[in-house]
Write a protein that binds this ligand. Structure first.
Ligand SMILES: NC(=O)c1ccc[n+]([C@@H]2O[C@H](COP(=O)([O-])OP(=O)(O)OC[C@H]3O[C@@H](n4cnc5c(N)ncnc54)[C@H](OP(=O)(O)O)[C@@H]3O)[C@@H](O)[C@H]2O)c1
Length: 255
C-alpha cells in the first residue's frame, strides 16, 4: 500500500528538478499527479525537462499523471489547470507550490522586470495556485498545501540566487504560517520546506557561475521524502511548520 494511495496532487514546477522528483515520488506512493509548468518541448537554451517527459516517466513507473501546461503567473491559466484536475479526478488533496525563478547576479544589476518575475513566480504564483485549490479543500475539509522555501530566506550573506529570490522566499515562509492559522478550522495543513543543502537540479546548475564548487550539491531524495511526509498531513497533524528536509526527516523519524 502506498502512503498516498488515491490522493490527487498538483505539483508546480514539475518539468524538471525537485518538482519532477516529487511528482514521481508521489506517484510511486499511489497518488494521481498533475504535472504543472510551462515547458512542453526541449528549450533551445539547453535547459532540460518538459512536463510531458515527467508525465511519461510517471506513467512508465505505473503511476497516473496529467501534464497541464500552465504559467502560474496567469490567473486564468491557473484556474483552468485546477478545473482540468477536478474534471479528470474529482478532487484535489495536495498542492505543492514548487515553481521558482532566481535572480542571479548583484542587486544593483537587477532590473525591475527581473524583480517582478522573481517575486511573481515565487510569491504571486504560490498565492494564485493556493487560492485556486482552496474552495475544493475547504469544502471537503481536508488538504495539504506544501510551499517551497530556500536557505536564502534566512541567509544574511550574499547568495548566488540574488536578493529578490531570498526576499520572495522569506515572504513565502510568512505566508505559510499565516495560512496555516487561517485554515486550521478547515482541517487543511499548510507547511513550508526547503533543502538543507543545494540540490543539483537542472535549473540550479544552469544558473551557477562557472567557478562555483558543485561538489557539495546533493540529489533531490531528501526533499522527496519530506514532501511525501508533508503530503500526508492535515490540520490535526503537522501544520504551520517551516523546516529543512533533513530536519523533517530527523524530527519525524522518516526512513
Ligand atoms: N535546487 C536547490 O538547491 C534549491 C535550493 C533551495 C530552494 N530550492 C527551491 O526548490 C524548488 C525547486 O527548485 P529546483 O532547483 O528544482 O528548480 P528548477 O530546476 O529551476 O525548476 C524550476 C521549475 O519552476 C518552473 N517554473 C518557472 N517559472 C514558472 C512559471 N511562470 N509557471 C510555471 N512554472 C514555472 C519551471 O518550469 P518551466 O520553465 O517549464 O515553466 C521548473 O519546472 C524551488 O522552489 C526552489 O526555489 C531549490
Amino acid at each position: 500500500m502506498g502512503k498516498l494511495d488515491g490522493k490527487v496532487a498538483i505539483v508546480t514546477g514539475a518539468s524538471r528538478g525537485i518538482g519532477k522528483a516529487v511528482a514521481i515520488g508521489f506517484a510511486r506512493e499511489g497518488a494521481l499527479v498533475a504535472i504543472v509548468a510551462r515547458t512542453v518541448e526541449q528549450l533551445k537554451s539547453g535547459l532540460a525537462g518538459t512536463i510531458l517527459e515527467t508525465a511519461d516517466e510517471v506513467k512508465t513507473a505505473g503511476g497516473k499523471a496529467l501534464a497541464i501546461r500552465t504559467n502560474i503567473l496567469v490567473e486564468d491559466e491557473v484556474q483552468a489547470m485546477v478545473e482540468k484536475v477536478l474534471n479528470e479526478w474529482g478532487t484535489i488533496d495536495i498542492l505543492v507550490n514548487n515553481s521558482a525563478v532566481a535572480a542571479p547576479g548583484p542587486f544593483s544589476e537587477t532590473t525591475t522586470k527581473r524583480w517582478e518575475l522573481v517575486i511573481g513566480v515565487n510569491l504571486l504564483g504560490t498565492f494564485l495556485c493556493t487560492k485556486a485549490v482552496l474552495p475544493t479543500m475547504m469544502k471537503q475539509r481536508s488538504g495539504s498545501i506544501i510551499n517551497t522555501s530556500s536557505g536564502a530566506a534566512d541567509g544574511r550573506i550574499r547568495s548566488v540566487t540574488g536578493a529578490a529570490y531570498g526576499t520572495a522566499k522569506a515572504a513565502v515562509e510568512h505566508f505559510s504560517c499565516s495560512l496555516a492559522a487561517e485554515l486550521g478550522p478547515y482541517n487543511i495543513a499548510v507547511n513550508c520546506y526547503k533543502p538543507a543543502q543545494g540540490v543539483a537540479t537542472e535549473g540550479y546548475v544552469f544558473n551557477l557561475p562557472p567557478d562555483f564548487d558543485k561538489s557539495r550539491l546533493v540529489g533531490p531524495e531528501k526533499m522527496v521524502k519530506a514532501a511525501i511526509f508533508l503530503a500526508q498531513q492535515d490540520a490535526s497533524g503537522v501544520t504551520g511548520c517551516v523546516a529543512r528536509d533533513e530536519e523533517l526527516i530527523q524530527w519525524h523519524g522518516l526512513s
